[in-house]
Design a protein around this ligand. Structure first.
Ligand SMILES: NC(=O)C1=CN([C@@H]2O[C@H](COP(=O)(O)OP(=O)(O)OC[C@H]3O[C@@H](n4cnc5c(N)ncnc54)[C@H](OP(=O)(O)O)[C@@H]3O)[C@@H](O)[C@H]2O)[C@@H](O)CC1
Ligand SMILES: [K+]
Length: 504
């Protein structure tokens, strides 16, 4: 499923109409009808529905919905929140069809009157404004939105909750807090931003006839779901051996943080790596060896309990993960630099490794083999020298800029983890739950990512699949024997079994 900006949606719309010859009226009919099919599952035959229509094509969708429901014997009324002369084009065509079928319309000039007009309605359909919103919502729409946000009635938004921007970048808006939203054609970016996603309520996308080639042509963003995972995840051959599944190296750990590297190693093995070596200090090896029975170890030099400058052969590995639990000690940085310069395989940089590269980002820019950074928002903001709120306003743009500038893959972790390729392709992971907001969770994702980077798939797909597995493991665990509260990172490692048994 593709994710679009408003501009991309208009591009897809234009292409479908101009190049393919599909008329706008037909797209609007398709949108309204597809939404009605879904809506009818939510409402009773006796439900009273009030559609609030605005002036643009979003209002036009509202008129199609009103006519379809009316013709299916529902009790419907349309409140038009703009003067008659503002309804033009395809929206006017559909308004007339609705009226020709016996539909009634009340035109309102002031927001106050809405309370009375919807007093006997069970369901309110918000078709005031969609992706055509410009600036902050004007009256009377703003007043209607304030009313809708305090009413107990069930509010269904069409395409986008009215007032909400489709794109990232704006955080100051008045918008409908919908109970549910039926998104038209493709989900918009604001459905995946921490400050705006909740306005959608539960959402579902309806297809209205945009061909995949049009979506592909305009959008570089997608939602990574079960279908993508199943399609791209390489199948295991029955006669394969451990060497076929990747020989990985995890570099990290310190006396203060010995556990995290153990978690990454275990996750990497559980997710399907053939062989994993943990490169860490002698002391950490002694500490983690009893719980890391399936891995091999490489002792590196240390200073005050932290990894210090050390050169060792890194060319016999298929992929490397570095940074986990290694601390921010000055001398550890030389080790990070050495690995990034020498390794001729994909390198994943996580946690403290990100702090080490910050002082000299040319370390990553110079590499010719794939480099992957896996920051949470605090680490991403640190890499970019901006605040976390600033980053979260436009995470897609910042991640894409960083990936392009430094030629790296970025896995920006969060409620909506965004995976970005150096060429600007982006994916949003669909799995995961609040149970993952716990220590060790990132270490597990790094381990799974390491395993995926060594399977027969592109790095972009590998990272998308790693995020999918990580989140899906947590989802299955919470659905069955665990809760958001008690879920541990070690449970997520065990849960990888169920993800593979269920989906591959
Ligand atoms: N292919 C597609 O994409 C398809 C899209 N479809 C649907 O069309 C929608 C996009 O339609 P659109 O382009 O007509 O814009 P839309 O969201 O109705 O808003 C424009 C109106 O809002 C008004 N307005 C703007 N800002 C305002 C403000 N701050 N405060 C108050 N009012 C404001 C503005 O009024 P004006 O400023 O001109 O007075 C203008 O009249 C899309 O979301 C989807 O639902 C489907 O039909 C199927 C095909
Ligand atoms: K709307």
């Amino acid at each position: 499923m593709y994710i679009v900006t408003a501009k991309e949606m208009y591009g897809i719309d234009h292409y479908t109409m101009q190049e393919l010859g599909v008329e706008g009226k037909l797209l609007m009919e398709n949108a309204g009808r597809a939404i009605c099919l879904k809506l009818e599952n939510l409402i009773e035959k006796t439900s009273r529905i009030c559609v609030i229509a605005g002036s643009g094509n979003n209002g036009g969708d509202g008129f199609v919905i009103a006519r379809t429901l009316l013709n299916n014997n529902y009790h419907v009324h349309v409140v038009q929140a703009v003067p008659d002369e503002k309804i033009t084009g395809d929206a006017l065509y559909h308004k007339n069809l609705y009226k020709n079928c016996g539909g009634t319309v009340t035109v309102i000039k002031e927001a106050e009157i809405i309370r009375e007009l919807v007093s006997d309605a069970d369901i309110i359909v918000d078709a005031m404004v969609g992706i055509g919103i410009r600036g902050k919502l004007r009256e009377p729409l703003a007043g209607i939105v304030r009313f809708l946000n305090q009413t107990e009635k069930f509010v269904v938004s069409i395409d986008i909750p009215s007032g909400l921007p489709a794109d990232e970048g704006l955080t100051d808006f008045t918008a409908v807090e919908a109970d549910c939203t039926f998104i038209v054609g493709a989900p918009k970016t604001s459905a995946f931003l921490e400050h705006s996603a909740s306005f959608y309520g539960e959402w579902e996308m309806v297809s209205i006839g945009f061909p995949p080639l049009a979506l592909r042509k305009y959008s570089k963003r997608m939602l990574w779901n079960e279908g993508n995972f199943q399609e791209s995840m390489p199948k295991r051959k029955l006669n394969s051996h451990k060497g076929d599944h990747g020989r990985g190296l995890v570099i990290g750990g310190s006396t203060e943080m010995p556990g995290s590297i153990a978690m990454s190693v275990k996750a990497a093995l559980k997710a399907g790596s053939g062989l994993i070596t943990a490169a860490t200090t002698e002391k950490v090896i002694q500490m983690i060896a009893p719980v890391s029975m399936e891995s091999t170890f490489l002792a590196l030099s240390e200073k005050n309990g932290y990894l210090a400058n050390h050169t060792f052969p890194v060319d016999s590995y298929d992929a490397i993960a570095i940074g986990i639990g290694m601390g921010r000690y000055e001398e550890t940085r030389d080790l990070v630099r050495y690995v990034l310069e020498q390794a001729k395989c994909p390198v994943i940089i996580d946690a403290d490794g990100l702090y080490h590269i910050k002082s000299d980002l040319s370390m990553i820019k110079k590499r010719s083999d794939p480099t992957i950074v896996t920051p949470h928002p605090g680490e991403m903001a640190m890499l970019l020298d901006i605040s976390v709120p600033e980053l979260l306003k436009e995470p897609f743009r910042y991640a894409a800029e960083f990936a392009g500038k430094y030629n790296v893959y970025v896995v920006l972790k969060g409620k909506y983890t965004i995976i970005t390729a150096p060429d600007g392709r982006q994916a949003v992971n669909t799995t995961g739950n609040p149970g993952l907001a716990k220590g060790g969770s990132g270490d597990v994702l790094t381990g799974i990512s390491l395993a995926m980077a060594m399977q027969d798939q592109s790095i972009f797909e590998a990272l998308c699949n790693a995020c999918f597995i990580h989140g899906k493991s947590a989802d299955l665990l919470v659905a069955n024997e665990h809760s958001f509260y008690d879920l541990l990172a070690s449970d997520v490692i065990k849960g990888i079994t169920d993800v593979y048994r269920t989906f591959s």
